[in-house]
Design a protein around this ligand. Sequence first.
Ligand code: AHG
Ligand code: MN
Ligand code: MN
Length: 328
Amino acid sequence: MQRLPLVLQSQSIQPALIAVLTAIADGCRDIARQINRGALAGVLGAAGAENVQGEQQKKLDVIANDILKSLLLREPTVRALASEEEEAIVPANADGRYLVSFDPLDGSSNIDINSMVGTIFSIYDVPGATPVTEADFLRPGRQQVAAGYVLYGPAVMLVLTTGQGVQMYTLDQHAGEFLLTEARVSIAADTNEFAINMSNQRFWSEPMQHFIGQLLQGKDGPRNKNFNMRWVAAMVADVHRILCRGGLFAYPWDRREPEKPGKLRLMYEANPMALLVERAGGEAWTDSEKILDLQPQHIHQRVPVILGSANEVMACIDAHRPKPFSPN
Ligand code: AHG
Ligand code: MN
Ligand code: MN
C-alpha cells in the first residue's frame, strides 16, 4: 500500500501543495491521538467559551484548532488560514501561495459520547502577492485546488481530492502514515438511504417536507420502494457513508432562525464536501444551485446542503423547482 506523499507525487501534485497536505495529515494524526486518549488526556467536555457563531466550544474544538493552526502557520507555503473557531482570517507566510479553510472538529456533539468526529479542509491557490484579506478566500468552491476530510472513527481515514478523482487512505497507527486503501471512490447514482435530522421536519420548506414525506411512504407511496434512514450528527461521518455506499444527505433550509439560511458552513463544510462528492460522480446543491458555483459572501456563511447519489439529489432539487401554472 502506498504512502500519501508517494501517491501525491505520482499524481504530479506541486511540491508546495504536497507540503500543505502533509502538514494537515500530520496535524490530524496528532488530533486522532488526543481523541483516542479521551478522558485519559483530560480533553473531553466544554472549553467554557463560545466561538464566533455563538456555539459552545468543546475542549477538543480548541485543541484541534490549535494543532492545525500552529502546523499550518509554520508551513512556508501557507499564506493564510480560516477556521470555524477563528473569527477572522489568520495571516501566515507572506511568500506562501495557499489559503486553507478548515473545520478543525466536525460533529463536536459526538465527542463526549465517544462517537465519530472529523476534520474538514479546503485549499485555494492565492492570486497575486498583495497582503491577503478575507476577500481572497471568497471564491467559488469549484476553484478549490484540493479538499478533503479526516474521519476519526474505528479506523482513522483521510479522504482527499486533488483533481484526480477521490482517494481514501487509512492511518497505520504504528507507522504513523496514511496508506492508500481506495484509489477510485465512486458514488452509486441510485440509493434507498437518506440522512436528515427529522426533528426539524416542521421547520423545513413545503417542497422539502413533501419530498421526504414521499420517501417515508416507501413502497406504499409514489416512490414505490422502501427507504432506510441514518443520522450520525457529524457531517464527516454521514458523507463518508455516502462515499462508501451511496445515499442522500441533507441539512436543508429551515425557518428556525431567519438570519441563518442553513446550519452548515459554506467555506469549510459544504464546499470541500461538494468537491469530493462531485468528483466521485455525485451531486451537491443548495435547494436551487450547485454548491460549487456559489459566490461566497463571508467566511462563516451558512448554506442549505443537499448532496449524494446523483439521481436522488436531482429528484430532491426537482421537487423544489417552481411548478408551471395549471388552471385545474
Ligand atoms: P460542528 O460540530 O463543526 O459545529 O458541525 C456539526 C454539524 C454537522 O457536522 C452535522 O451534520 C450537524 O451539525 C448536526 O446537526 P444537528 O445537531 O442539528 O443534528
Ligand atoms: Mn462542522
Ligand atoms: Mn467544528
